[in-house]
Design a protein around this ligand. Structure first.
Ligand code: FNR
Length: 182
C-alpha cells in the first residue's frame, strides 16, 4: 500500500526554494511513498467566529490531512519565525477545538533559506507549535539548508554534493513515518 504524505510548503512564491526542496525529498523517497502538496494560499485568515461554519478550503485541507499517513513541513524563515501563511494553515486545520486534523500524524520539519542559519529559528518555532498539536515530529537528523546557486535544478533535483546529506534525512524521515503510522 502507498504511504501518503501531505506536504505543506510555507512559501507561496512561484519559484520557492522550499517547494524545490520538497520535490527533491520526494525524488529521494521510496516508490511506496507518495507526496501531495496541500494548497494553503486560498485559506481564509483564521477567525474563531467561523469555527462552526468552516470555509470549503478549510474543510478540504482537513480532509487531505486526514487522508495522509504523514506530514512534511518545508518552510522558509520569515523574520526569524515561520511565515504567517503556514501558521494560518496550521491554525485553520486545528479547529474547532477537539477536531484538529493534525493530532498523531508523524511529521518531518525541514527548510531552506538564503540566510546562514538555514531556517533554524523558523523550524524551532514550528516544532513548538507541533508539540502542542500532538504531532510526533522527528527530532534527528536536523537539516538547516542555506540556498546556493545551483542547489536545485528546474525539476527540483538537489545538486550532487548535497544529495547524500538529504538522502540520509529522507531515509530517517521514511523510517519515522513508518514507525509512527503503523
Ligand atoms: C526573509 N528571508 C529570511 N531568511 C532567513 O534566513 N531568515 C529570516 O529571518 C528571513 N526573513 C525574511 C522575511 C521576509 C518577509 C522575506 C520575504 C524573506 C529570506 C528568505 O530566506 C528567502 O526569501 C527565501 O527565498 C524564502 O524561501 P522561498 O520563498 O524561496 O521558499
Amino acid at each position: 500500500a502507498q504511504t501518503r504524505i501531505a506536504v505543506i510548503v510555507g512559501s507561496l512564491r512561484k519559484d520557492s526554494f522550499n517547494r524545490k526542496l520538497a520535490l527533491a525529498i520526494a525524488h529521494l523517497a521510496p516508490s511506496d511513498f507518495s507526496f501531495e502538496h496541500l494548497r494553503i494560499d486560498d485559506l481564509p485568515l483564521y477567525n474563531q467566529d467561523e469555527d462552526g461554519n468552516q470555509a470549503p478550503a478549510v474543510k478540504r485541507l482537513k480532509s487531505e490531512i486526514a487522508a495522509a499517513q504523514g506530514l512534511l513541513f518545508v518552510t522558509p524563515e520569515y523574520n526569524r519565525s515561520m511565515p504567517g501563511v503556514l501558521k494560518n494553515a496550521i491554525d485553520n486545520a486545528s479547529r474547532p477545538y477537539g477536531q484538529s486534523a493534525w493530532a498523531g500524524k508523524p511529521a518531518g520539519v525541514i527548510g531552506v533559506s538564503v540566510g546562514a542559519i538555514g531556517t533554524a529559528l523558523a523550524q524551532q518555532h514550528l516544532r513548538n507549535v507541533l508539540a502542542y498539536l500532538d504531532v510526533p515530529t522527528m527530532g534527528q537528523p536536523e537539516a538547516f539548508i542555506q540556498n546556493k546557486e545551483g542547489l536545485f535544478d528546474d525539476k527540483g533535483h538537489i545538486a550532487e554534493g548535497s544529495r547524500q546529506f538529504l538522502q540520509n534525512w529522507v531515509d530517517s524521515y521514511v523510517a519515522w513515518v513508518k514507525r509512527h503510522s503503523a
